[in-house]
Design a protein around this ligand. Sequence first.
Ligand SMILES: Cc1cc2nc3c(=O)[nH]c(=O)nc-3n(C[C@H](O)[C@H](O)[C@H](O)COP(=O)(O)OP(=O)(O)OC[C@H]3O[C@@H](n4cnc5c(N)ncnc54)[C@H](O)[C@@H]3O)c2cc1C
Length: 391
Amino acid sequence: MATPVYDILIIGSGPAGATSARFAAKMGLKVLLIDKRQELGAPIQCSGAVSRHALEEAGVEPNAEFIHEDIYGFSIYNQEGKSTVIDYREIKPDEYGTGDERKPLGYVVDRRRFDRYLMTQAERAGVEVWLKTEGLGYTPGKDGSCEVQLRRFNRLLKVKAKVLVGADGLQSQAGKWANLRTHIPLRNLASCLQFIVDGVETNGLLEIITGHRWAPGGYAWVFPKGNGYTEIGLGVVRTMTNRDAQWHLDQFIQKSFFKERFKNARILEIQGGGVPLAAPLRTQYADNLILVGDAARHVNPITGGGIHTALSGGRIAGEFLAELIQSGKKTDKANLKSYQDRWLDASGHKIWQLYGEKTAIFRNKDIPLRDEQLYQTMSGYFSPDSSYKKI
Ligand SMILES: Cc1cc2nc3c(=O)[nH]c(=O)nc-3n(C[C@H](O)[C@H](O)[C@H](O)COP(=O)(O)OP(=O)(O)OC[C@H]3O[C@@H](n4cnc5c(N)ncnc54)[C@H](O)[C@@H]3O)c2cc1C
């Protein structure tokens, strides 16, 4: 059988990969999108909070198919329970809220349905999608394209593409195949655990609880999940505690200022995963290869949010590759560097700035002072006049 040839092959159909694929195909490229999973987004490893702006920017219509609950703002708590409430229903009542002309600030989405929705939108734009297909390696060739080794169901096969897009998430292998420096130091990795519970009330806000006592190196959260369900979770950095995330989550539920509120919580589901609170990769490209989303550490290093950055980075990647390939230029690393430059100009420089702020806070050995700085930084980050509002 002749080797199939594509303009781009994308490994990973999360928000980054599916968005790169959709934009590239819309601009006329021949795109293959693969994912090793047989059911996208499962098991769920995400709380699903995303702003409306992030969806709009990536051309994704908010849709009941994937939305669990509308969000109208934030409540940021310090360790003792003092809070800063930023409720857009009160700050800008004409713009945010329920009612004909008003809209929510964001959503909590179901990642299983959201990822499938994004993949379907990509397919409808002309992308070919192969599920249960794992990327195993890539070899740049002399003809200007690369050969990608895949396992589809149990069959090994090769595909050729001008560019391989590594959108393969936190544990990305694509960058390693190109010898890029992808290692994340343990101090920049949060282990997260969340319970989906019944019996805990919420009011349309994302609640974020800071403080070393509850979540060393990270924070705890209480997010509305729709239909009266709630997500209670936290992320901790293992260089800052001898205990695991489960121990900390139990402490938070049983001993924090929310213990009365949580006393009737019944656990329906348990989800977990890693979040890179890391700097973006310094080099996100190689010959015939670019990285996007978690694979490139396109993540907000303070909040750990990575859906928005995956969507926006995916759009940049898809549009950039379409322009480059249609211009007939080589897809070598010299030309692919402009992808990273474009991403840095759009949001990367701000992510680097946030990484600097996060590092300065957690370098501080004075824990009460550090706690106060994190509380103030988080409160400032989510305030309406934050310079980081759109990340
Ligand atoms: C507990 C938790 C809660 C979170 N909550 C939020 C939140 O509320 N809001 C937010 O913005 N972010 C949140 N995040 C972060 C967010 O989930 C990620 O940043 C986001 O999913 C990154 O998208 P991505 O497309 O880069 O990667 P992913 O969503 O990880 O997608 C990568 C895809 O690649 C596939 N893949 C991997 N390797 C291969 C291979 N070799 N071959 C084929 N396919 C492969 C995987 O199957 C997967 O489908 C959370 C993370 C965790 C762990």
